[in-house]
Every structure is written in structure tokens, then in C-alpha cells.
Design a protein around this ligand. Structure first.
Ligand SMILES: [Zn+2]
Length: 185
């Protein structure tokens, strides 16, 4: 019987394609009728071949690429948003440390005014009040324009005190090469 199975095995593909004689066909069919093992073998031959692994990998890759294409725009948008947020945060921090206000745009505009437009000073923040001025500018001129006079006796180095009708304002004054910074306390 084993020997017969081996012969039928050799003939199965030819028999499926109708390439055997009537006698051989009858022999194969008669054997298949009583041999489960050869019927199973026949089922295997009839089943569509599984795609080779490389094809499967290729399909998986294209499926992934398609999904990625859809996601890419969202990922890119999120990346841009995060980068902008990080840049704005950095700008705010820099602005706070350098100019005394977290509003970088306002600080930059104030600096441009006193540097390039040669304004004597520019208010860059209202609360707390922060004023940028050209480095050589004397704050007493600015305060005099608002009707305030300095109380020299209360001055503590960089912290200066100005008075008008019994109202005091305390201003922390700093200066570097590019600008003077007055921060109201
Ligand atoms: Zn058999």
C-alpha cells in the first residue's frame, strides 16, 4: 500500500491537470477513494499556495507605509506644535531673565525702540511695570516727567525710591551694554 501511495503521489499533479491516461486516472481515483492519506495530499495540492515570506513582509511593509502616511501629517503637526511651544517657553524664560518680563515680543519691540528708533525708553510690561531704556538714560528724567522726585535717603544701591504727593514707587534699576532696565517692585 505504501508503494502504491508513492506512485499515486507522483501522479497526482499530472492527474489533476488531466495529463494521464484513462487507465491511470481510474487507478488514481480508485486509490484516492480508499486512502485518506492521499486524499489529504490532494487537498494540499488544491489549496492555494501561501505567499512566500518575502511577499508577506512586503505586504506588511506597504500596510505600515500606508498607515504611516496617514499618521505622518498628525505627527508632523504635533512635532511642530511642540517645537513652537518649546521655543516660546525658552523665549519667555530668556525674556524674563534678561528683560524682567515674560512677554518676549513686547520686550523685543521695546529693545528695538530704544536701540534702533532711539526712543529714550519703552514700557514693555504693565504689571509688573517694566521699562527698557537706552543704557545711558537716567531714570530721574523719566520719573520727573511723571511728576516723581527721588528720595535719595531711601535709596539702597540698585533699588531706588521715588515720591509724588506722598505716594512712593520702588524701582529696581539695572543696566548692561545694550539697555537699562527698570522694574517696579
Ligand atoms: Zn495512498
Amino acid at each position: 500500500m505504501k508503494n502504491e501511495c508513492s506512485i499515486v503521489g507522483d501522479l497526482l499533479a499530472l492527474w489533476m491537470d488531466g495529463l494521464v491516461s484513462e487507465d491511470t486516472a481510474a487507478f488514481v481515483e480508485e486509490h484516492l477513494a480508499r486512502c485518506a492519506a492521499c486524499r489529504a495530499r490532494l487537498e494540499q495540492l488544491r489549496a492555494p499556495a501561501a505567499p512566500p515570506e518575502t511577499v508577506q513582509e512586503e505586504r506588511a511593509f506597504y500596510a505600515f507605509a500606508a498607515r504611516w502616511k496617514k499618521k505622518r501629517r498628525r505627527v508632523l503637526a504635533a512635532f511642530v506644535a511642540l517645537s513652537l511651544a518649546a521655543a516660546m517657553l525658552a523665549a519667555c524664560l530668556f525674556s524674563l531673565l534678561t528683560f524682567g518680563t515674560a512677554n518676549f515680543a513686547s520686550a523685543a519691540w521695546g529693545l528695538a525702540q530704544v536701540t534702533f528708533l532711539e526712543e529714550p525708553w519703552a514700557e514693555v510690561s504693565a504689571a509688573p511695570k517694566v521699562v527698557l531704556a537706552a543704557p545711558e538714560t537716567d531714570i530721574t528724567n523719566y520719573m520727573a516727567g511723571r511728576g516723581f522726585a527721588e528720595n535719595e535717603q531711601e535709596r539702597m544701591s540698585a533699588l531706588r525710591v521715588f515720591e509724588k504727593d506722598g505716594v512712593q514707587e520702588h524701582v529696581l534699576c539695572g543696566v548692561n551694554r545694550s539697555f537699562a532696565r527698570w522694574v517696579w517692585q
